[in-house]
Design a protein around this ligand. Structure first.
Ligand code: GRF
Length: 198
């Protein structure tokens, strides 16, 4: 039986598009059973709808606090019975009620543990590094933390801006992420384990 993936995205959804393409072409032996977001109406959800994949959105603004939002997100995820939750440009951080319940992977546009957080591309550029890249890792409670599954370097070129550098990193992520997901989908357990509670 093929692995059930729920992909989460908040923005443009080009990484999601690469995952959907890899499934459609047979390169990734898995099924994207739903695409979820914190942002109703974001381009990533439109892309999923165009591909005929069910979508859901759980906006933080509709909840009294983050704990309630996490519980609602966990319920929405559970409805789709994912073997693996695939963060692909999902810009929110989950708490224990999600992280402890699901197997979650993420892609980050820097070579972790360097340049964690929202501005990984800008921070690498500001630091003057000559090489940055991307990291696919198991998601844990701490932002951009967790066991590293794969990394690939991307050179910083003279005259790079955040946009040009990020575009080249994203091009690598669109190839690397589906490759890693394939390995996970073919394994008995999609990711080593959920984060242990306590
Ligand atoms: C990727 O670089 C991902 O690592 C980061 O956001 C970007 C997503 O881009 N968290 P897109 O929305 O998939 O085009």
């Amino acid at each position: 039986m093929s692995a059930r993936l729920v992909v989460l995205a908040s923005g443009a959804g080009s990484t999601l598009g690469a995952v959907l393409d890899a499934v459609a072409s047979g390169q990734l032996p898995a099924e994207v059973v739903a695409v979820g977001s914190d942002r109703p109406g974001c381009p990533a959800l439109a892309r999923a709808e165009a591909a005929g994949v069910p979508t859901f959105a759980v906006p933080l603004s509709q909840f009294a606090d983050r704990a309630d939002w996490n519980l609602a997100f966990a319920r929405a995820l559970a409805d789709h019975r994912p073997d693996l939750v695939v963060c692909a440009g999902f810009m929110r951080v989950f708490g224990p009620s999600v992280v402890h319940r699901f197997r979650i992977v993420n892609t980050h546009p820097a070579l972790l543990p360097a340049f964690k957080g929202w501005h990984g591309v800008r921070d690498a550029l500001d630091a003057g590094v000559k090489v940055t890249g991307c990291t696919v890792h198991v998601a844990r409670l701490e932002v951009d933390d967790g066991p590293i599954l794969a990394q690939e370097a991307v050179p910083v070129l003279d005259g790079d801006t955040v946009e040009t550098l990020h575009e080249r990193i994203k091009a690598v992520e669109r190839r690397l992420y589906p490759e890693v997901l394939r390995t996970l989908a073919e394994a008995d357990e999609p990711v080593a384990s959920k984060e242990e509670t306590g």
